[in-house]
Write a protein that binds this ligand. Structure first.
Ligand code: CP
Length: 310
């Protein structure tokens, strides 16, 4: 099945074969992302980037991907400057935007907003993060990072550490890793475990899952330590946030017991979960991970907008 004209709202919208196709194409896009090859795969297609929540990596890697492949974009980067501030609904905003460009990339604070937007739009909608819901393009670049480091996505032992309740990146990633047969170890501060709905869907998928709250124990056997920040902005009661803030931190001392090949990943931004001293170690994969957002989004846009793998 082709990705041309399709929405991407949840990582579960893609089959294993389709994910593998995006990853193969992303690998070929790396020279375009680095700027050593010039591309025109998007041939002037216009993409609307509608960001109603802050973003550095997702928005700018989409913009970079579009511009380096000969596409164009228009952007809402400041929600307070859009007419939603005057009370316009997301439905009306998206319906109107879909008549302007060839695809919409949406980030919005409400879970489910991506699905709502896809219903309102007659152009493809890509979910760039919907509240505490999903972040499927982040998952694609996470998988690209893992595949680049290990040459495979099968048989990996992946620790998901941090805010698993509100962290949309881990919700999407856990589904994808289950599809590829990874072993998942969940490690979250009290009260920040995976939502029941996500956990039960993973169980239905037959995912191999265990839980461990002692970080030094999980680090020893892991291939990948996927760290997330505590999503302060999602807490209704800041006193609850204060109870768990700063409750875990990865540093060089902790990594002494890790396998030599362990990689530390993080969707970024980090807010103290990974000590800067880790950056200089061979374990640090998070800046490469952020770079791979460009070729991955190039591949995805090319497949969705033109049907070609690029
Ligand atoms: N990883 C990620 O989504 O980063 P931004 O919030 O900066 O886009």
């Amino acid at each position: 099945m082709t990705l041309k004209g399709r929405d991407l709202i949840s990582i579960r919208d893609l089959s294993r074969e389709e994910i593998e196709e995006v990853l193969r194409s992303a690998k070929r896009m790396i020279p375009y992302a680095e700027g050593t090859k010039l591309g025109d795969q998007l041939g002037g297609k216009l993409v609307t980037l509608a960001f109603f929540e802050p973003s550095t990596r997702t928005r700018l890697s989409f913009e970079t991907a579009i511009q380096r492949l000969g596409g164009r974009c228009v952007t809402i980067a400041d929600p307070s400057a859009s007419s939603m501030r005057k009370g316009e609904t997301l439905h009306d905003t998206i319906r109107m935007l879909s008549s302007y460009g060839d695809a919409i990339v949406l980030r919005h604070p409400n879970e489910g907003s991506g699905r709502l937007a896809a219903q309102a739009s007659d152009k493809p909608v890509i979910n760039a993060g919907d509240g505490a819901g999903q972040h499927p393009t982040q998952t694609l670049l996470d998988l690209a990072t893992m595949q680049e480091a290990f040459g495979t996505l099968s048989g990996l032992k992946v620790v998901l550490l941090g805010d698993l309740k509100y962290g949309r990146t881990v919700h999407s990633l856990a589904y994808a890793l289950a599809v590829f047969g990874a072993e998942l170890v969940l490690s979250a501060p009290p009260g920040l475990g995976l939502p029941e709905e996500v956990r039960s869907q993973l169980d239905q998928m037959g995912a191999k899952i265990s839980e461990e709250d002692q970080i030094h124990r999980v680090v020893r056997d892991a291939d990948i330590l996927y760290v997330t920040r505590i999503q302060k902005e999602r807490f209704v009661d800041l006193a609850e946030y204060e109870k768990v803030a700063g409750s875990y931190r990865i540093d060089s001392a902790l990594l002494k017991s890790a396998k030599q090949r362990l990689i530390v990943m993080h969707p970024l931004p980090r807010t103290g979960e990974i000590a800067p001293e880790v950056d200089a170690t061979a374990h640090a994969a998070y800046f490469r991970q952020a770079f791979l957002g460009v070729p991955v989004r190039m591949a995805l846009l090319s497949l969705i907008l033109t049907g070609k793998a690029g």
